[in-house]
Ligand binder design. Structure first.
Ligand SMILES: Cc1ncc(COP(=O)(O)O)c(C=O)c1O
Length: 375
């Protein structure tokens, strides 16, 4: 089976050697700590390392203002538990990250979707949505979004922050892919824009993760909330798991301290860029005119739609019997889905595998078309 489905880091690109060294270091240097209960907000040592790491994203933050979480998924969950009541409205891009939709749903919130197409965000529609109801949160994945790979341009970020301030909406900026940019220039985070351009320190909760750059098995993410929200969020986390794994935090902390992350990021960016390009090339070769593709500047996902309107779920059925899989795009919609959309992950597809993956996909598409013609 060749999988274009998962949004996982490539197993061959995880720095197992560096993580092993960091693990040994943690076990030898901090045995009194790593096996013990820890602080809910996270180990000071790791929070200091994360604060230094955030400087590269243009975010200057005190370690005390960083809340370590059990993956960024937990950060989304504690935000939802803290701020949302049954029936509250949350604005989300359409399509968006499936597990965020699940979190908002579990909190009893209503997700209100706004479309983002090739022309960008329709702000007239956004205004009319906000005019009809009180919106509490706005959830955004501004860099190389899951599933569309799209990056919000600076002008849209500025307009979104201004919109949120005007309607008193709290922005949740989910940024697990921000370190994985292959082309183009860094775009300032919503967190920074709110602070620097609008002098607003209470508007954005920034969330990120080590899952895509280090190892998802560590289950470590972090959250930088406005100062006044830190303790409520910390209390919500405490009720969920007391604290994130102390051992994982020391491993990540020693890994960052060793200085290996910069080189690892260079290697990841080079490898993922070539995987992305190989998949795009194979699609152009074997599926000319079949898929309208979004080409992302980073991250892990290509987003496409069948230009002839083919139902992606029917294609998936055929694809599975030809040992290739992907995710139909419909799962990422909170409203009416585009049934012909698909998400293709390139992170685990080496350039030598891309051709074979797309050839199998091409056969599955052909079979689906034949079956449809017979009906
Ligand atoms: C946009 C987005 N947010 C959050 C997560 C959760 O990641 P983790 O909990 O591993 O940090 C993912 C994982 O795929 C994601 O794509």
């Amino acid at each position: 089976m060749i999988s274009l489905a998962g949004g996982i880091p490539a197993p061959d690109l995880i720095d197992t050697e560096g993580l092993e060294a960091a693990t040994c270091h943690a076990i030898k240097s901090a045995p009194d700590n790593i096996y013990q209960y820890g602080l809910t907000e996270g180990e000071r040592f790791l929070r200091e390392e994360i604060a230094s790491h955030m400087v590269a994203q243009g975010i200057c933050v005190e370690p005390d203002h960083i809340l370590v979480t059990t993956g960024s998924q937990q950060a989304l969950d504690i935000v939802a538990r803290t701020f949302l009541d049954e029936g509250d409205s949350v604005l989300v891009e359409e399509p968006t990250y499936l597990a965020a939709l699940q979190v908002f749903d579990m909190a009893g919130a209503n997700t209100i979707a706004f479309q983002v197409d090739q022309h960008g965000i329709d702000f007239t529609r956004l205004e009319s949505l906000a005019a009809k109801r009180r919106i509490k949160l706005m959830y955004l994945v501004p860099n190389f979004s899951n599933p569309t790979g799209r990056t919000l341009p600076l002008a849209e970020r500025m307009d979104l922050v201004e919109f949120a301030i005007r309607h008193d909406i709290l922005i949740v900026e989910d940024d697990p892919y921000g370190d994985l940019r292959y082309d183009g220039d860094h775009v300032a985070s919503l967190f920074k824009i709110a602070e620097q351009s609008f002098n607003s320190k209470h508007r954005v909760i920034y969330i990120s993760s080590f899952s895509k750059t280090l190892a998802p098995g560590l289950r470590l993410g972090w959250c930088i909330p406005p100062e006044s929200y830190f303790h409520p969020l910390c209390r919500a986390k405490q009720s969920m798991d007391l604290h994130s794994s102390t051992l994982s935090q020391y491993i990540a902390g020693y890994y960052l301290k060793s200085g290996r992350l910069d080189n690892r990021l260079k290697l990841l960016k080079k490898a993922y860029k070539s995987r992305r390009d190989a998949l795009i090339k194979a699609i152009a070769e074997h599926l000319p005119g079949t898929l309208e593709l979004n080409v992302p500047e980073g991250g892990m996902f290509l987003w496409g739609r069948f230009s002839n309107g083919l139902d992606a779920s029917l294609v998936l059925k055929q694809a599975l019997s030809h040992n290739v899989m992907f995710v139909p795009g419909k799962y990422f919609y909170s409203g009416t889905p585009d049934l012909s959309s698909i998400r293709l992950s390139f992170s685990t597809i080496t350039p030598s595998l891309a051709d074979e993956a797309v050839k199998r996909l091409a056969i599955a598409i052909q079979k689906t078309e034949q079956l449809q013609a017979q009906e």
